[in-house]
Design a protein around this ligand. Structure first.
Ligand code: 13P
Length: 253
């Protein structure tokens, strides 16, 4: 049985005060028999968020794949594990587009989580041009295969994949549940090809791109959508709690 995950990617937003507000609100919710909720604050707030988190997990938005050394400004997987992070987002489209991370680098980062306590959330997604040109399936297949290329079938079972169409990120334009489901099914089929059925049926595949309290339940009800990677709406305490509740409702069915 795969996990239903609601992950809040704060990106370069938030403050110490917001950490306190969000964590104290989430600490009131009992997630023990329900979904997994994860928050991804900027790295300077990770330690504090981990100290406060009672009901949710905490993850990092990025790391560098080398173990240690002269990499000014970077953090390693073992450092994140050390302070208690349990997830890391890798290959986000903002890292690909703004920080020039390519599929090879993303694959190195994914493999570098092995041996740490981090679960990688590998992000894939097509641009508007890819979608309108009809080549989006190939783009997704290339990114999924490349991102998992350095892992054995068994190691792939540790990964979570997030489908985040670039045209839906921060735009208020959500993929329709059917558009998202189509790509999620494609991703699961690819994972079956790469790692076998048992791994693919147990893998959580999240949707990201303008998820909010109003559309979460319908999206998460699709057979191959196992929760969401939420950006803007994870910066509003009530909205994020409402998305978590919507996900919990889906689980009850
Ligand atoms: P929005 O929810 O703001 O569209 O961002 C999605 C995202 O990039 C999450 O990683």
């Amino acid at each position: 049985m795969r996990d239903l995950i609601v992950a809040g990617n704060w990106k370069m937003n938030g403050s110490q005060q917001f950490v306190d507000e969000m964590l104290s609100a989430l600490n009131q919710v009992d997630f023990s028999e329900s979904i997994k909720a994860v928050v991804f604050p900027p790295s300077v707030y990770l330690y504090e968020a981990i100290q406060q988190a009672k009901t949710v997990k905490v993850g990092a938005q990025n790391f560098f794949h080398e173990k240690s050394g002269a990499y000014t400004g970077e953090l390693s997987a073992s450092m994140l594990s050390d302070v208690g992070c349990e997830y890391v987002i890798l290959g986000h489209s903002e890292r690909r587009a703004i920080f020039c991370e390519d599929d090879n680098l993303v694959a190195k980062k994914v493999v570098a989580t092995l041996g740490s306590r981090l679960t990688p959330i590998l992000c894939v997604g097509e641009t508007l041009e890819d979608r309108e040109g009809g080549g989006y399936s190939d783009v997704i297949a290339t990114q999924v295969k490349a991102g998992l290329s350095l892992l054995s079938a068994d190691q792939i079972s540790n990964v979570v994949i997030a489908y985040e169409p670039v045209w839906a990120i921060g735009t208020g334009k959500t993929a329709s549940p059917l558009q998202a489901q189509e790509v999620h099914k494609l991703i699961r089929d690819l994972v079956t090809e790469l790692a076998g059925k048992e791994v693919s049926v147990n893998m959580s595949v999240l949707y990201g791109g303008s998820v909010n309290a109003a559309n979460a339940q319908e999206l998460f009800s699709q057979p191959d959508i196992d929760g969401g990677l939420v950006g803007g709406a994870s910066l509003k305490v009530d909205e994020f709690l409402a998305i978590c509740s919507a996900a919990a409702e889906v689980l009850k069915r």
